[in-house]
Design a protein around this ligand. Structure first.
Ligand code: PLP
Length: 496
């Protein structure tokens, strides 16, 4: 994404940047560097001119000049002659923390959190909670899809709701799970993120409030903010479950247009909402006139075989989002929306402003995968159970003052840290061989500096290397309090 950042937007992101922990220019440079590393300032953005930023920040121009010079020196700002510096990532991370310099080249997109890119060779990726494809099963589904394709070739190929066999297969899956569903209630999308954008575009307008779990899935927060809506966070209680009473009162007082919840193996905590809580939530949403949007992307990753009916089974008004990204492979880019059939028609109309339908071969393959959804799951779940046990044991042994929460399912452990060091660990991580996503990515207003999400998608051997790397990064911070202070900052992210 290229563009330019105006001084007011940058100052808002900078929050309380000046903590008196060192020269002002260095603090300013450190905070801008963290914003770039954390993806909160995108790459290839022109920063404000020195004069404009100095004026808006109320600091001397020399401070900004020196901060920009330092960012250029470290490779975070391009220095094209005569033009404003653009944000970038150094080809080699500076060994600024005094730890071993990262031997590997750092991919700008990987550091900035762009989806779908693997960490560079040599870095263990704990930033993504995603698995490789269940290869053999996916491959077979595509082979079958190719043999079925000729029958569809005489058609135009445009279909804003999705091909019939896939809609039928998804509907049958809901029916079997206790939420009777017809194909007319399904719209096929290019993944759950696409689905959420369609729902937001159809049902919410600028300035509308959207209730969210806090913490929650970062790209959902991005989508909500990008649509001009205002996220209303309701904190998940420490350690267990949902604060449904808190959600009820937020709904009654704030009357949000929508509530976005992830009740099935919530990202990042891995929690599962109980049936009584589901019932209460549906009632509260109906009473407040709030549309309940339920993201079931992780629903199949049920590690303890505890059951919960899909939220759609409790009310026909629920809008459900699903995806094959976690059960099979994110590279399929196939998801869906389940809702009442007239709402599906509105979603289809809204969708055509973004795209005119999904690719047909992918949908044919997806129909096979949905019909035999249970086939790849046992092996996937067994590996995840083993990884989860290994990660919890490693954390207990190597980082005993960290407090990991045991997830019911999903792909990650949400871990409370002994100090607000999540961003600092994330910045140091590549020096020690791991790529992380800082806790504040999962919340609003810089919350969750005390938390780190640790996926258990790597095999136990690699998890051990990763946890030892986290230990080394923490030791580095413990032995360098000044470094820790300068890296510890939580810029107030604007709550739109
Ligand atoms: C809760 C949640 N929703 C949506 C997504 C994105 O899913 P998709 O790849 O289908 O767009 C993810 C991916 O991590 C997720 O965890």
């Amino acid at each position: 994404m290229s563009g330019s950042l105006n001084p007011t937007a940058l100052v808002r992101l900078l929050g309380g940047w000046h903590r008196g922990a060192g020269p002002a220019y260095r603090e300013l440079a450190d905070v801008v560097r963290l914003l770039i590393l954390d993806g909160r300032v995108p790459l290839d953005m022109a920063l404000p001119s020195e004069r404009a930023l100095a004026e808006t920040l109320g600091v001397s121009r020399t401070t900004v000049t020196a901060a920009y010079a330092s960012l250029r020196e470290q490779g975070f700002l391009s220095s094209r002659q005569g033009s404003r510096g653009r944000t970038c990532i150094p080809r080699q991370m500076p060994a600024g923390a005094g730890g071993p310099a990262a031997a590997e080249l750092i991919s700008p997109n990987a550091l900035a959190g762009a989806p779908g890119l693997a960490a560079p060779p040599g870095l263990l990726d704990l930033a993504y909670a995603s698995l490789p494809a269940s290869g053999e099963v996916v491959h077979r589904a595509f082979a079958a899809a190719l043999t079925e394709l000729p029958a569809l070739l005489p058609g135009f190929g445009y279909d804003a709701v999705g091909i019939a066999p896939l809609r039928e297969a998804i509907a049958a899956r809901y029916t079997a799970a206790g939420a009777p569903t017809t194909a007319e209630q399904i719209l096929v999308t290019s993944g759950a993120q696409h689905a959420l954008n369609i729902v937001l575009r159809t049902l919410a307008g600028r300035q509308d409030k959207v209730l969210v779990d806090h913490p929650t899935y970062p790209h959902a927060l991005d989508a909500i903010r990008a649509s001009g809506c205002r996220p209303v966070p309701v904190a998940l209680p420490h350690g267990r479950g949902w604060d449904v009473a808190g959600m009820e009162s937020a709904m009654m007082q704030q009357r949000p247009k929508m509530a976005y919840v992830v009740p099935d193996f919530h990202n990042p905590t891995g929690r599962l909402m109980t049936d009584p809580q589901r019932r209460r939530l549906v009632r509260a949403a109906a009473a407040a006139g709030t549309v309940l949007v339920v993201d079931e992307t992780l629903r199949e990753l049920n590690l303890d075989a505890v059951g919960a009916a899909p939220l759609a089974a409790f009310s026909p008004a629920v809008v459900t989002i699903g995806s094959l990204s976690k059960s099979h492979w994110a590279g399929l880019r196939t998801g869906w929306i389940r809702a009442g059939s007239s709402l599906i028609q509105r979603f289809a109309a809204a969708r055509t402003t973004m795209d005119l339908g999904g690719p047909v071969v992918e949908q044919l393959a997806a129909a096979h995968l949905v019909r035999s959804l249970d086939e790849p799951l046992p092996a996937r779940l067994a590996a995840l159970r083993e990884n989860r046990a290994a990660l919890l044991e490693l954390l207990g042994g190597i980082l005993p003052d960290w407090e990991p929460e045991r997830p019911d399912g999903g792909l990650s452990v949400w871990c409370r840290l002994p100090a607000p060091i999540s961003t600092a660990l994330t910045v140091l991580g590549p020096d020690f061989g791991v790529r992380l996503a800082a806790g504040p990515r999962f919340g609003l207003g810089g919350a969750f500096e005390h938390y780190l999400r640790i996926p258990f998608t790597l095999p136990p051997g690699q998890l051990e290397t990763a946890v030892r790397a986290l230990r080394s990064a923490q030791d580095k911070l413990d032995s360098a309090p000044r470094l820790r202070r300068s890296l510890r900052r939580t810029p107030a992210v604007a709550i739109a």
